[in-house]
Write a protein that binds this ligand. Structure first.
Ligand code: GLN
Length: 486
């Protein structure tokens, strides 16, 4: 057993027992990155010096008998969308190449205060727009289960790094599925918290009414422990919630006996891979065996979710990305001769084609004359989608569905077809539109050995319920014990 084979909490136990130091664990992670990342390409940047300094500080606290918390000393990776003071942050874009933030995102500060050495910045789709990590301006990330395939996106680097055991956990962000979908494609656990549960301050904005950071780990218990560190009210984020933060680990082992779990009809339609469907149906039967009651439910407005999301998210993105003007952040076009040139050439050279497509779609949807027909309409449908969930949760405690309609697809397979790429989000994005928490837990493999993820959606602020439901399944099927063949 190698140190990098341990889950976050297993490592935390060894740190607490002083069987291993944080410096050893962090060095093991750095060595593993050196060994496998040339194949996986999960990291855009490794901060060896910063991570080792944090690890030594953790060991000193431990020696003095005052660790900062359960996860003190456990190394972690960060999607390159989180601002890190003094460490370049690019959002996977050429436009932000060389941008060194002057401050930490709130979640980064919380992680540092809790003592976790941050080993580096993880690959992603440019500005988190994508489902395959292929829109990264730097290089594509590969799925550790099959290097010719995508790890999903946009938090593909985070998922791949955890699946490849380069780090025991990572943070991702989820605007339409970007934590859950890559988790499903890599046999890892991904949790998108309720909108407002985790601060967005210092997280490079894509679509502000949808974005939410969250944990990506190998086990459900690790996700609970990591969420515990980052779930806080934050005065720096006006949308952050003051709702009390429960103990996410308290009920993990409580099981599902007596719970009502909804199976939304609209999430089991054509287009789903038959092997994915078979795994999910088997998981549903498992929940029945474990004492839950399955309830057939309907979320009738689901069919409008994709169109609604692809109006609202690009609209917000077009507004958020207006700040990249060549003056304040990152890159500036070299041969600009006028102020107008500075704006247009910088954006022309700095943004990739998917980002440009979104900016154009969003600007159009918001433009005078079209606003009412598109943006405003989408907001109204968004309300209908949220009400579907409210009604369903009067009947059931949580909803079960596939996370992704298909297992990991080949790199290059969908890059020429944006619509096919957008369809990857069909089961994940209604949850963002409704602001709900959602989780993906490993639920088996296809015959070709590709992971499948089960999605669990819950009531606002019921992260603890989702974790408990996911854990009940994980206890019976510890797929996380299976390692990607690297
Ligand atoms: N794949 C979706 C998109 O491209 C979701 C991305 C995300 O959640 N950041 O918009």
């Amino acid at each position: 057993m190698q140190l990098t084979d341990l889950t976050m909490l297993e490592l935390a136990e060894k740190l607490a027992a002083k069987e291993v130091s944080s410096e050893e664990a962090t060095r093991a992670s750095l060595a593993r990155i050196q060994q496998v990342d040339p194949k996986v390409r999960a990291f855009l940047r490794v901060d060896e010096a910063g991570a080792l300094a944090a690890a030594r500080a953790s060991d000193a606290r431990r020696a003095a008998g005052s660790p900062a918390g359960v996860l003190d000393g456990v190394p972690l990776g960060l999607k390159d969308l989180f601002l890190t003071e003094g460490v370049e942050t690019t959002a996977g874009s050429r436009l932000l190449e060389g941008f060194v933030p002057p401050y930490d995102a709130t979640v980064v500060r919380l992680l540092k205060e809790a003592g976790l050495p941050l080993v580096g910045k993880l690959n992603l789709d440019e500005f988190a727009m994508g489902s395959s990590n292929e829109s990264s301006a730097y290089f594509s990330c590969h799925n550790p289960w099959d290097l010719s395939r995508t790890p999903g996106g946009s938090s593909g680097g985070s998922a791949a790094a955890v699946a490849a055991r380069e780090v025991p956990g990572a943070l991702g962000t989820d605007t339409g599925g970007s934590i859950r979908q890559p988790a499903a494609l890599t046999n890892t656990v991904g949790l998108k918290p309720t909108y407002g549960r985790v601060s967005r301050y210092g997280v490079i904005a894509f679509a502000s009414s949808l974005d939410q950071p969250g944990p990506m780990t190998r086990t459900v218990a690790d996700a609970a422990a990591l969420l515990q560190v980052i779930a806080r009210p934050d005065v720096q984020d006006a949308t952050s919630s003051d709702a009390p933060v429960p103990d996410y680990s308290a009920d993990l082992e409580a099981g599902v006996r007596g719970l009502k779990l909804g199976v939304p009809r609209e999430y089991f339609t054509e287009g789903m891979d038959p092997e994915v469907e078979a795994s999910i149906r088997e998981a549903l039967r498992e929940y029945e065996r474990l004492g839950a009651t399955l309830v057939d439910v309907s979320l009738p407005h689901t069919k409008y979710a994709l169109a609604t999301y692809y109006l609202i998210a690009p609209a917000e993105a077009s507004s958020n990305l207006a700040r990249y003007d060549g003056v304040r952040f990152g890159k500036r076009a070299q041969d600009a001769r006028s102020l107008r040139d500075v704006y247009t050439l910088t954006r022309e050279e700095g943004f990739g084609s998917e980002v440009k497509r979104r900016i154009m779609l969003g600007t159009y949807a918001l433009s005078s004359g079209y606003y009412d027909a598109y943006y405003l309409r989408a907001q109204k449908v968004r309300t209908l989608i949220r009400e579907d969930f409210t009604r369903a949760f009067q009947q059931v405690d949580a909803l079960l569905s596939p996370t992704s309609p298909v297992p990991a697809f080949k790199l290059g397979e969908k890059v020429e077809d944006p619509m096919a790429m957008y369809l990857m989000d069909i089961y994940t994005l209604p949850c963002n539109l409704a602001g709900l928490p959602g989780l993906s837990v490993p639920c088996g493999f296809t015959k070709a050995g590709l992971p499948v993820g089960l999605q669990i959606l819950g009531r606002p602020f019921d992260e603890a319920g989702l974790l408990r439901i996911a854990r009940a399944y994980e206890r019976e099927h510890d797929f996380f014990r299976r390692f990607a063949p690297l």
